[in-house]
Design a protein around this ligand. Structure first.
Ligand code: PMP
Length: 411
């Protein structure tokens, strides 16, 4: 007999208040109105990979704030570093010494990095990479994969509202993992090619994920070298979750510039740009900054986070948890006669149902799961964290089994 499904009276009341004073209520990727029935909009508190909504419902979290939480919420080592830095100063005049400490740690950890810069959001990092590439080359054209997400600035936001053709005038598009398409785009840009921007794998929303084909990554490296352009790896989503040295380190392809954010500071707001020696002068020349880019607490959190990812078995635990979740879900789907594919890396997977182009079945399944306390997503990849112990995964699997059963019954 299943437990009673969650209800959301307080959450609904807060949504109504939000809609009065915030256009459309909570917006962007956190807008719960875009999700199926049963998702709370608001979070009250959380620890590890558990969180509670305003109605006291508790969830096992597989979105981890859409990536920032990598060790687990309230990680004691990170929180101790945060408290230490808070006792000194957070948003300072000039910079706190921890900024240099963190830049040193990044240069020491990421093989292609000879220098690092810090910012706030992933969009800051990807945009700064593009700006540095243009400054270095004196060229305009930037190649991006069709459907890839690189942030919410006018040059890259997926929504057309408020964006002018001029904002995109110097972008050209190619298909991910398609060498012919990439080569044609590079040749067309010719002597005006400043950069190729790539995701470490195809993790576009609303579709199955794809790992990078190593030959494709190598072709991108070769094309950039031939054209004198910069290879930019947008590692905002996978960075510090799969390989602490960068998500392409396992395939041995090193970018000229890489963009990080999300997991870098276990939930504290920070982004980083890492670059090669040859781009140091261009990076020095661009004017990029922000009022909160020098806040020291997130930097202290990042030092504690990266050190743990590097020096403990945290990344192995994330992988093991992801494998346990994958194996359990595939076993359950099969038992209920549901045809699913586990796509992408186990650390940031997405389950895709067969014959489900609009993610209706996925939406039904995640809706059933969330109403039983397992927070997944129907069309955006999930995120595993080091706090996903066997116990947490098994507790989640008990409930996903009920969700599969409910979907199977409704077919
Ligand atoms: N690049 C990628 C690959 C991302 O996944 C995201 C965020 N989802 C961004 C850039 C933008 O990061 P932010 O939302 O922090 O600006």
């Amino acid at each position: 007999m299943s437990a009673e499904l969650f209800t959301h009276a307080n959450d609904e009341a807060m949504r109504k208040r939000a809609e009065q004073v915030m256009p459309g209520g909570v917006y962007g990727h956190m807008a719960a109105h875009a999700l199926p029935l049963g998702y709370p909009q608001f979070t009250l508190d959380g620890e590890g990979v558990r969180f509670r909504d305003l109605d006291g419902n508790e969830y096992i979290d597989f979105m981890c704030s859409w990536g920032p939480v990598v060790l687990g919420r309230k990680n004691p080592v990170v929180e101790a570093a945060v408290q230490r830095q808070l006792g000194l100063a957070d948003t300072v005049n000039g910079a706190a010494p921890v900024m240099v400490e963190l830049a040193e740690l990044l240069v020491d950890t990421i093989p292609h990095a000879d220098w690092a810069m810090l910012a706030k959001n992933g969009t800051d990092a990807t945009t700064t990479c593009v700006t540095i590439a243009r400054a270095a080359t004196g060229r305009r054209k930037v190649l991006v994969a069709r459907g890839a997400y690189h942030g919410s600035a006018p040059w890259c936001t997926p929504g057309p509202a408020g964006v002018t053709p001029e904002d995109r005038a110097n972008l050209s598009y190619f298909d991910y993992n398609d060498i012919t398409s990439l080569t044609a785009a590079a040749d067309q840009a010719g002597t005006d090619l400043a950069a190729i921007v790539l995701l470490p794998g195809r993790h576009d929303a609303h579709r199955a994920q794809e790992l990078v084909v190593p030959e494709f990554a190598q072709a991108a490296r070769r094309l950039c070298d031939q054209h004198g352009a910069a290879l930019i790896l947008d590692d905002v989503r996978w960075g510090f979750r799969i390989d602490v040295q960068g998500s392409w380190e396992p395939i041995g392809v090193r970018p000229d510039l890489s963009a990080y954010s999300k997991a870098i500071a276990n939930g504290y707001p920070l982004a980083a740009i890492a670059g090669r020696e040859s781009l140091r002068e261009a990076a020095r020349s661009v004017y990029v900054t922000g009022s909160f880019w020098y806040s020291a607490v997130p930097m202290a959190a990042a030092v504690a986070t990266i050190t743990q990812l590097r020096d403990t078995d945290a990344l192995t635990r994330i992988q093991v948890a992801g494998e346990r979740l994958r194996d359990g879900l595939l076993r359950q789907a099969k038992a209920y006669g549901l045809d699913v594919a586990h796509t992408g890396p186990v650390q940031a997977p997405l389950l895709v149902f067969a014959d489900d182009p609009a993610q209706e079945i996925a939406g039904r399944w995640t809706s059933e799961a969330v109403q039983r306390g397992v927070y997944l997503h129907p069309w955006h990849n999930w995120f595993l964290a080091a706090a996903h112990t066997d116990t947490e995964i098994d507790a989640a699997l008990e409930r996903t089994e009920e969700a599969f059963a409910a979907v199977a019954r409704s077919r």
